[in-house]
Design a binder for this molecule. Structure first.
Ligand code: ADP
Ligand code: MG
Length: 685
């Protein structure tokens, strides 16, 4: 249970003074639903105002405070703005410009002949000085009420800066003093202030320091939580597994394992041989051959007389794994089963029985395989494929499933930079497949304006005439799955009008069997062109598909583009990826597409992604719906991950139960940043 002292911080922003229904939406949109969210809402910049007596060209571009007297109203017609002509004390002229149909209120605000104090950005308009929508209009004796430095916050429609400041002032009132969780020497070296003072000065002065400490807190809590998981895992009993190799030796692979695969396999083997359950992350770019590495771990368990499970994020991928493993294991004494949310009735019952009595050796499936009702006889190894699609909590849940904790291998194709690995998978050891199987050709990527769609379709025609297959990925419309679908259906229809039933369509709203049927027809080359929404992003393997068209590629993130592109380049033929882009491109979108054209290297793309994206949007976190970091910027994560990890480790070495006063304070940090899964581990053991 959350300590009481934190309760005010977890109150809803809805219950603050002055928050009516109208503010609910903008607050939600900014993800400011609780008091602490607002307290941590950092100003995006600070507005500095300069007080002047006279208007002067020199100040163009500055935000000024000046006394003026309106002398005239001008409006060129119903569509042009209202211009309030005004003069300063010595007769210099300025036009105060108001856009919008309603000209009544500016006139009321600025009656002719009455001196007013105004504040706003001074601009030049033709030969005149002007100010568009002054942000303050007050009486001359109120001049001191205008702040010379003001925090400007990220805002949303319907929630302006003044209101935002009022709300944040209320949260400051509510913020309690909290005991210190940072190592005293660290605090002293950095000259950081106590928590409350730091939180307050985030809004009071321009304070890098304040935000530094608060960011550090978040990273510290994150690392501490991971380390608690690690410690609790270490203390758990697992089964040491040493298969004799009799199954693995029977595998008939049409190729040699790469050096990187072999290295990762042996790292995993030595983990499995320990009694402490394995917690290992396997990182490897799309197509690097993670499945085989996983299979070796699964077979190892079976050889040793135990069960193993493989969790996939989607139905399609689970079935594909099932089929390809079945093929590889043909004729071998391994009982493979599949279980997804779709399996019902007798089939399901018999699978559940097989798991309970131990007759099933390896279970493959979606999250259904770790639901309450699914009881294993002796599960010893669990593999999570495409871990970045799941959340931390799902990963942790797994380690708590069996009476004996299974060895856990999490795999991800998102090649994230090292600092990020530590901040997202801090409890795990890491193996990297940093080498692709030989003979893979780089995918040639081109960026093409969507005005040239007709040429692209001609190219597609030549491609399938030459017996190739192709993916056509439709735009991602984040707000609505429905419009995603509409776009994909429309594209499929236009392509069908030219290519007939060689075109298939697959999207997230289709029922499982429907989806699989289409995928199967694509895999067996009955369908040549697969129009898809991003459901194909994950893991589907059709080597003959060597062309991919991505529509509105500028709307995708780098990680996603990289994942999508990884669907091609899986066979021996040279592969192409065409990124269609809209006309108006943002700076970042342009940078993303250029990078995609330049490189196939997932780790490089990951580093750049980190650079191009903002805080809270770190790789993969958005897809899984995980919170990630809200306070710390990517730069701060880079800077503090090392010290914060050390700090957390040191604390746990000294006080593993977090019982000391500092340990108790650290528990608060875990709750504050919603890493309380760490605390729950502490209690259970
Ligand atoms: P991913 O890491 O993206 O999950 P997969 O395990 O699906 O990659 O492997 C991609 C393809 O590469 C598969 O067709 C697989 O059979 C093949 N493959 C895996 N290892 C090797 C290897 N050492 N040499 C050649 N091909 C390999
Ligand atoms: Mg895979």
């Amino acid at each position: 249970m959350r300590p009481e002292i934190l309760n005010p911080l977890f109150g809803e922003t809805q219950s603050l003074k002055g928050v009516g229904k109208a503010l609910a939406k903008p607050l939600e949109k900014l993800r400011l639903t609780r008091v602490k969210d607002l307290l941590y809402h950092q100003p995006s910049h600070w507005m500095r105002r300069k007080r002047v007596d006279e208007l002067d060209e020199i100040d163009v571009g500055e935000t000024i405070i000046v006394e003026v007297t309106p002398v005239d109203y001008r409006s060129g017609g119903p569509r042009s703005p209202l211009r309030v002509h005004a003069t300063d004390k010595v007769g210099n002229f300025i036009s105060l410009t108001y856009f919008g149909r309603n000209t009544g209120w500016p006139k009321k605000l600025l009656p002719l002949g009455e001196p007013k104090i105004i504040s706003g950005k001074l601009e030049r308009y033709g030969d005149e000085l002007q100010m568009v929508h002054p942000d303050q209009v007050l009486e001359p004796n109120q001049v001191n009420e205008i702040a010379l430095v003001e925090p400007i916050y990220p805002l949303s429609d319907g929630l302006g800066n003044t209101r935002m400041r009022q709300l944040i002032d209320q949260t400051i009132e509510l913020a309690p003093e909290l005991p210190e969780w940072i190592e005293p020497s660290q605090l002293a070296t950095k000259k950081w202030k106590a928590w409350r003072e730091s939180a307050v000065s985030l809004h009071r002065v321009e304070g890098e320091d304040a935000s530094e400490r608060l960011a550090y807190d978040e990273i510290f809590a994150n690392q501490l939580a991971f380390m608690l998981v690690r410690a609790s895992n270490r203390s758990k009993k697992g089964v040491p597994i040493r298969g004799d190799g009799k199954l693995r030796d029977q595998l008939q692979l049409p190729f040699e394992l790469t050096g990187a695969q072999k290295r990762c396999i042996s790292e995993i083997e030595s983990d499995l041989a320990q009694a402490a359950p394995m917690l290992r992350l396997l990182q490897g770019d799309v197509g690097s051959g993670k499945t085989l590495v996983a299979l070796m771990a699964l077979l190892n368990a079976v050889e040793a007389g135990h069960q193993a499970a493989l969790l996939a994020p989607t139905e399609i991928l689970a079935r594909q794994h099932f089929e390809s493993l079945q093929k590889l294991l043909t004729g071998m004494p391994v009982n493979l089963a599949i279980l997804t949310g779709r399996d019902k009735g007798k089939m399901r019952e018999s699978t559940l029985m097989g798991l309970a009595d131990g007759s099933i050796d390896i279970l493959i499936g979606t999250h259904a395989i770790f639901q309450e009702k699914v009881q294993y006889r002796n599960l010893a190894v669990a593999v999570i494929d495409e871990q970045h699609k799941f959340g931390v909590s799902q990963r942790l849940m797994l380690t708590q499933k069996a009476a004996l904790t299974p060895h856990l291998l999490a795999m991800t194709a998102t090649p994230i930079p090292r600092t990020l690995t530590l901040s997202q998978y801090g409890e795990m050891d890491v193996s990297r497949i940093d080498e692709l199987p030989p003979g893979r050709q780089a995918i040639e990527t081109r960026v093409i304006s969507d005005g040239r769609l007709a040429e692209v379709v001609d190219g597609l025609e030549r491609h399938i005439a030459g017996s190739g297959q192709a993916y056509w990925v439709c735009p991602l419309v984040e707000e609505s799955e429905k419009s995603d679908l509409a776009a994909a259906e429309e594209r499929a229809a236009t392509l069908r009008s030219r290519f007939g039933d060689q075109v298939g369509l697959v999207h997230g709203r289709m029922k499982g069997p429907e989806k699989d049927a289409v995928m199967e027809r694509f895999q067996s080359n009955q369908i040549k062109i697969l129009v898809a929404t991003t459901v194909i992003e994950v893991g589907v393997d059709v080597p003959n598909a060597s062309l991919m068209v991505i529509e509105a590629a500028d709307r995708f993130g780098l990680a996603q583009l990289h994942q999508l592109r990884g669907r091609v380049g899986r066979g021996s033929a040279k592969s192409n990826c065409l990124l269609l882009r809209g006309e108006a491109l943002s700076e970042t979108a342009r940078a993303r597409l250029t990078l995609m054209r330049e490189t196939n290297d997932g780790f490089r793309i990951a580093e750049e992604d980190l650079r191009l994206r903002g805080a809270g949007e770190l790789l993969g976190t958005r897809q899984s719906g995980e919170a990630g970091f809200r306070v710390a910027s990517p730069e701060q994560v880079q800077e503090f991950i090392g010290p914060a990890t050390d700090d957390a480790r040191l604390l746990l070495d000294r006080d593993g139960g977090l019982d000391s006063p500092r340990g108790q304070a650290a528990r608060l940090a875990l709750y504050l940043f919603e890493r309380d899964w760490g605390v729950s581990l502490l209690r259970s053991g």
